[in-house]
Design a protein around this ligand. Structure first.
Ligand code: NAP
Length: 287
């Protein structure tokens, strides 16, 4: 039976430490603040935004929300971002995805100052991640790396197979694993024989968005499984991308859904806001 990697517990521990950090900053007159922008009425986005504001409240991070009409144009969105870049009291800016189809999310991300890019999505942050500089690491990959650390899973020399190549999960995760000396393969919908890759992997990270996509027959005994996926099954329950019940029988470590990577993502966002507040108030800031 696999060890269940408890992201909920670890995230709680991280949030408790961040709360202390936040109290310390406030004693110095620094009040960390996150600004969240949401465009339109996407139901899932509303849930995510709410959980982020709840986490901010718990830690003591100030929070402001900008709910924009679905019909807003690119220029108006970019103008808002620029005004937040210039607002001294705002330390972090988060643009909730997805955006309505007429808006170009990459243009919007490019507008966010890298000093306030707590999601780690701007070209500057991504470039620094690739080149190995200190930067904001996007929250889901960062959360996954923290889980490896917590469970003493050393990536050196390991075969890591990541299924999914999105800019927010698959690609930055690959960079993080590479930086930790893993041999990384990224698979996607055009990969010819997925099973051939997953079968030899020491670690499989699933970031696909398809319930029960990763099955026991695709894996070797003792594999470490990180399930990033969030899906709803037929009964409306939240499930991951991995057939958890069967895969846990052969895995050495596995993350559950819910209670695995999800809570870590929010904890690392909070971590990045505190980091932003500290860096922006340092004389010798690296940013
Ligand atoms: P995405 O942008 O839709 O990317 C999905 C990836 O899966 C794509 O690269 C796609 O390949 C690949 N894929 C789709 N079908 C495949 C197949 N049959 N075989 C192999 N690869 C396949 O999704 P995302 O934003 O990365 O998110 C992935 C999942 O993680 C979603 O369930 C999302 O809700 C969840 N998520 C969770 C968290 C968290 O905090 N836990 C955070 C972010 C996302 P192509 O590139 O070829 O299309």
């Amino acid at each position: 039976m696999a060890t269940i990697m408890n992201g909920k517990e670890l995230a709680k521990k991280i949030r408790e430490n961040l709360k202390k950090d936040c109290e310390e900053l406030k004693k110095q007159g620094i009040h960390p603040k996150l600004a969240v922008i949401m465009v339109g009425n996407n139901a899932a986005s509303k849930v995510y935004v709410k959980s982020k504001s709840k986490a901010c409240d718990e830690i003591g991070i100030e929070y402001e929300e900008y709910f924009l009409e679905e019909t807003i144009c690119q220029e108006e969105l970019n103008q808002l971002i620029k005004s937040l870049n210039n607002k001294r009291e705002v330390n972090g800016i988060l643009l909730q995805s997805p955006l309505p189809k007429h808006l170009d999310i990459n243009r919007a991300f490019k507008t966010i100052s890298y000093r306030k890019d707590v999601d780690g999505f701007t070209p500057s942050s991504v470039g620094k991640l690739v080149m190995g500089g200190d930067t904001f690491i996007s929250c889901t990959p960062y959360g996954v790396m923290k889980m490896f650390e917590e469970y003493h899973i050393d990536l050196t020399g390991k075969e890591v197979v990541i299924i999914g190549r999105s800019n927010i999960v698959g690609k930055p995760l690959a960079q993080c694993c590479l930086a930790n000396n893993a041999t990384v393969t990224i698979c996607h919908s055009r990969t010819k024989d997925l099973k051939e890759h997953t079968k030899r992997a020491d670690i499989v990270i699933a970031a696909i968005g398809k319930a029960k996509f990763v099955t026991k027959d695709m894996l070797k005994e003792g594999v470490v499984i990180i399930d990033v996926g969030i899906n709803r099954n037929e009964e409306g329950k939240i499930v991951g991308d991995v057939d958890f019940e069967n895969v846990e029988k052969i895995a050495s470590y596995i993350t559950p859904v819910p209670g695995g990577v999800g809570p870590m993502t929010i904890a690392m966002l909070m971590n990045n806001v505190i980091k932003a507040a500290k860096e922006q108030n340092k004389e010798d800031s690296i940013f």
